[in-house]
Design a protein around this ligand. Structure first.
Ligand code: 13P
Length: 261
């Protein structure tokens, strides 16, 4: 691991729609057993279970004093009201949720979330003292037609609209090329570095150079123990948003421990 990396990495496990609350309990206990203070000293770690598992995982982390941060996968932007089926950011904050994934490509593609909606959610998460992990990324078509930068720049600009430089500095952006999600096909470290560096430049334009230097940018898309160290070694990659490999304690722990290699 490069010792000159300016930002503490954040490795996040997005469990997506996997694991009921019994399975979640087992997974988080196994994970806690495999990770140690040496890991938490150099890497922040978060898990993002489905909503129905949050209370169980929160209680376990709290009782066992495990410094894994609790995360959610989504939320609505209103605090309360007639929004059947939605979960409010106020409810998540009350459960000690620290980080909320916003605008994951699966939500954008399968549930039609627009840049404007993502921006409202970013504001809502911040309003409740939580940290948004705002996801951006291009499809394979967009990549093949040379539109990666235009796509992510548009998502970053729209998603951060009206957010203060101070808040941007403390946020997390996840660069997840859609063609690399769940496909076993990760971006090369060089490609991922090029796009995360480009994203940092866009953040500098919208929020200033201090915010751009501080914002953490994760890479996501088929991160595994075998490719984590090389990806994390890139100067503009400050962690990973991990899907499939976060469902197994051994694999996820090995990714968190990339710094040992
Ligand atoms: P995979 O690690 O399964 O490719 O998923 C990435 C992802 O979408 C995390 O949010």
């Amino acid at each position: 691991m490069p010792t000159d990396h300016p930002r503490k990495p954040l490795i996040s496990g997005n469990w997506k729609m996997h694991h009921n609350h019994f399975e979640a309990l087992q997974l988080v206990q196994k994970l806690a057993f495999r990770l140690s203070d040496d890991d938490y000293d150099v890497t922040d770690v978060s898990v993002h279970p489905p909503f129905t598992d949050l209370r169980t995982v929160q209680t376990t982390l709290d009782v066992d004093k495990v410094p894994i941060k609790l995360g959610a996968q989504n939320c609505y932007f209103e605090d309360k009201g007639a929004f059947t089926g939605e979960v409010s950011p106020a409810m998540l904050a009350k459960l000690d949720v620290a980080l909320v994934i916003v605008g994951h490509s699966e939500r954008r593609e399968a549930f039609g979330e627009s840049d404007e909606l993502v921006n409202k959610k970013v504001h809502a998460v911040l309003r409740h003292g939580m940290t948004p992990i705002m996801c951006v990324g291009e499809t394979l078509d967009e990549r093949d037609s040379g539109n990666t930068e235009a796509k992510v720049a548009g998502q970053v600009r729209a998603g951060l609209a009206g957010v203060s430089a101070e808040a941007v500095a403390a946020m997390v952006i996840a660069y997840e090329p859609i063609w690399a999600i769940g496909t076993g096909r990760n971006a090369t470290p060089e490609d991922a570095q090029a796009t995360t560096s480009y994203i940092r430049g866009v953040v500098a334009e919208v929020a200033g150079t201090d915010a751009a230097a501080a914002v953490r940018i994760q890479y996501g898309g088929s991160v595994k123990p075998a490719n984590a160290a090389e990806l994390m070694a890139q100067p503009d990659i400050d962690g990973a948003l991990v899907g499939g490999a976060s469902l197994e304690a051994d694999e996820f722990a090995a990714i968190v421990q990339f710094h040992r290699h």
